[in-house]
Design a protein around this ligand. Structure first.
Ligand code: DC
Length: 255
């Protein structure tokens, strides 16, 4: 088990801005706390918070509503071509608009969650999503959260954080969020492991840290420690954008 943050590969902080404002990439498995972290960093540094998972979820919802098979990539692509998905960052919580309709709550439900994971395995569909995400973040000034932001969408992101945690810990945190009665902790852990396996093992853009991402393992960290460690990583870039890469294996003490 690792705790705290460690720089993998060449370090997390990239030299010289090519965009006027940075792209902060937050990747990691389901339930690691990416959304909370991304929202916090966006608030703290005055950036837009773009949640790419909501885009996969929105398309999955449309597929369910139109009875398009989740394993039929061509049909999904045709559906995508007739679809407008707009993630809308808001201070009070992100929304996602599907063809102009706010589906933010609906896309969090279990059937859409499972469908999004299935939809996201298709390479050409991913390309469609990635192209949109690259357009949205092209001018920088964003915290973009997902699975492949640091590896595929913005391999040149100024800051990359890979937020990880043990599946049992992620499951128990999520259980506390959902509240007892609606499901069991075991069921949540089981579902997280299933999604992990699909996300990590798909051939197109499998979930993995970018070589130059800082890996933040929150298994033994409190939320406050995670937020503080990530803030420190971003602050290093914001205060000294030309400071060059962090030394490989650099540590950020979360305490
Ligand atoms: O982050 P999330 O749980 O809302 O994501 C929903 C699904 O979309 C999840 O199964 C993984 C997938 N996804 C992806 O493959 N790539 C992304 N950049 C974001 C999400």
């Amino acid at each position: 088990m690792t705790t705290g943050a460690s720089g993998a590969g060449r370090g997390s902080v990239r030299p010289g801005p090519r965009r006027e404002r940075p792209v902060i990439a937050i990747d990691g498995p389901a339930g690691a706390g990416k959304s909370t972290l991304a929202a916090h960093l966006a608030r703290q540094f005055g950036l837009l918070n773009l949640e790419t998972g909501a885009m996969y979820r929105a398309l999955a919802l449309k597929a369910l509503d139109h009875a398009v098979a989740l394993n039929d990539e061509l049909a999904l692509l045709e559906l995508a071509a007739r679809t407008q998905i707009v993630p809308e960052p808001r201070p009070e919580g992100n929304r996602v608009l599907l063809d102009g309709v706010d589906v933010s709550r609906r896309v969090r439900e279990a059937d859409v969650t499972a469908a999004a994971s299935q939809v996201s395995v298709h390479p050409r569909l991913r390309q469609w999503m990635v192209a949109q995400q690259q357009r949205m973040g092209a001018r920088g000034g964003v915290v973009m959260e997902g699975r492949d932001i640091g590896t595929v969408v913005f391999p040149d992101a100024e800051v990359k954080i890979f937020l990880d945690a043990d599946p049992e810990v992620r499951g128990s945190r999520r259980y506390l969020q959902v509240g007892p009665g609606r499901t069991t902790q075991e069921a949540i852990v089981h579902e997280l492991k299933e999604r992990d396996a699909r996300d990590r093992n798909r051939t197109e853009s499998p979930l993995r840290p970018a070589e130059d991402a800082v890996i933040l393992d929150s298994t033994a960290m409190t939320l406050e420690q995670v937020l503080a460690a990530a803030e420190e990583i971003v602050r290093r870039y914001v205060e000294e954008p030309g400071s060059g890469p962090a030394p490989a294996g650099s540590q950020v003490d979360p305490k």
